[in-house]
Design a protein around this ligand. Structure first.
Ligand code: ZN
Length: 330
C-alpha cells in the first residue's frame, strides 16, 4: 500500500509544548508545489496516557476549535503527565471555507474513514489519523455541533459497542466530560465515521453535540472548555479536580427518535430544544412556499422524550431531519 504523504513538523515524543503543522503536499492552481498546513499542537511531559483532541471534523462547528485553541495556548506542560495532541481544525479546508465538507473534494470527513494514503486530500487526512494519530492515543475526544443546518441541546456522547467493557470506559469518559446532557447516541449512518474507526481500534472515545446553527455561544464554548479539562483529569493526564456539574443522562433506543420531513417548505417549530415531547405531538409544521390558504403539513413525534436536536434553517426540504428526540434515562 502507498505511504501516507503527510509529515508532522512537530515531534510526538519530546517533552514540552510544540506548535506546528501536519504538512500535506497539495499541488493546485495557486501553488504548484504547495502544501496544506493543518495546525497541530503536541504537549508532552514524560510517560503517561495520550489524549487526542479534535475539532472541526465538520468545518462549520465551532465550540471544539475555540476551546482547543484555548487549551493549546494555556495548558502548562508541567501540569501534564503523558501527552495531549490537539488538532483544532481536523478538516482544515472545510474549516477555512466554513462548510461541513471540504471545498477541495467535497468529502465529509466523518464518512470516509479509514481514508486512503493515495486518495483525495480528505482521504489522506483521514488515513493519517487512522494510521498515525489514533494508534498513539488512549482517549480520543472529537467535538461536534449541529453546524449550519442543525441545533442541539449540549451533550457529550458515547455509543453502544459490542465490547461492553470498552463501552463502559467510553461512558465513564462521557460522564466525566460533564456536559449538561450525556447521551448514548444512536447514529443514523455510522459507515466511515471517525467514531467507529477509533472505537474499532479499542480506544476510549467521546464525541459531543454542543450547539449549532453555524456559530457558538459563550455558554457552549464554556461547556467545551470545562469538558476538555474534566476529560484530561479523568484520564490521569492532568492533575486536579474535575469541575463536575449536573448532567442529565439521555438514551436513544431506536430510530423512532428521529423525525424526517417528507415535504419542502417554511418550517414552524412547535416546541423548542430541551422541552418535553409526547409521542404523537406536533414537533413542527411546514407551510407551503408558493401560496396561502393551505394548511401546513405536521411533523409528528413517534416517541416520548425531550427535544434534543432540531433542523436549524427557516426553510426545510424533503428528507431533512426535523427533530431528534431523546429519552431521559431512568
Ligand atoms: Zn459534526
Amino acid at each position: 500500500m502507498a505511504k501516507n504523504p503527510i509529515t508532522s513538523t512537530v515531534p510526538f515524543d519530546e517533552d514540552g509544548v510544540h506548535h506546528g503543522f501536519l504538512r500535506l503536499p497539495y499541488s493546485h492552481d495557486l501553488s504548484a508545489w504547495g502544501s496544506l498546513m493543518v495546525p497541530i499542537c503536541v504537549i508532552r511531559n514524560g510517560d503517561g496516557p495520550t489524549a487526542l483532541l479534535t475539532g472541526a471534523n465538520h468545518g462549520d462547528e465551532y465550540e471544539g476549535p475555540v476551546a482547543l485553541q484555548h487549551t493549546a495556548l494555556t495548558l502548562a506542560p508541567q501540569t501534564v503527565s503523558g501527552r495531549v495532541i490537539i488538532v483544532p481544525y481536523f478538516n482544515y479546508p472545510a474549516f477555512r471555507s466554513a462548510t461541513r465538507t471540504s471545498p477541495i473534494d467535497k468529502a465529509n470527513m466523518n464518512r470516509i474513514f479509514p481514508g486512503k494514503p493515495d486518495g483525495t486530500v480528505s482521504e489522506k487526512i483521514a488515513h493519517y489519523f487512522h494510521e498515525v494519530l489514533v494508534p498513539m492515543a488512549d482517549v480520543v475526544l472529537d467535538f461536534h455541533s449541529g453546524g449550519r443546518t442543525l441545533d442541539f441541546i449540549p451533550f457529550a456522547a458515547a455509543h453502544v459497542l459490542d465490547d461492553k467493557a470498552q463501552q463502559a470506559r467510553c461512558e465513564a469518559a462521557m460522564e466525566a466530560f460533564a456536559a449538561p446532557y450525556s447521551t448514548l447516541l444512536l447514529e443514523i449512518d455510522n459507515v466511515g465515521m471517525f467514531d467507529s474507526d477509533v472505537e474499532a481500534q479499542g480506544k476510549v472515545f467521546v464525541s459531543t453535540e454542543l450547539g449549532g446553527g453555524g456559530t457558538a455561544t459563550a455558554r457552549s464554548i464554556g461547556i467545551a472548555k470545562r469538558g476538555i479539562h474534566n476529560l484530561l483529569v479523568h484520564s490521569g493526564i492532568v492533575a486536579g479536580e474535575p469541575e463536575a456539574g449536573p448532567s442529565t443522562r439521555l438514551d436513544m433506543p431506536d430510530m423512532d427518535c428521529f423525525v424526517f420531513s417528507e415535504n419542502e417548505g417554511l418550517i414552524e417549530p412547535m416546541i423548542d430544544l430541551g422541552e418535553p415531547v409526547e409521542a404523537g405531538a406536533t414537533v413542527a409544521r411546514i407551510w407551503p412556499m408558493d401560496r396561502t390558504g393551505l394548511a401546513p403539513v405536521v411533523c409528528l413525534a413517534k416517541t416520548d422524550g425531550i427535544l434534543a436536536g432540531r433542523h436549524f434553517p427557516g426553510l426545510v426540504t424533503g428528507g431533512d431531519c426535523v427533530a431528534m428526540i431523546a429519552k431521559i434515562a431512568e
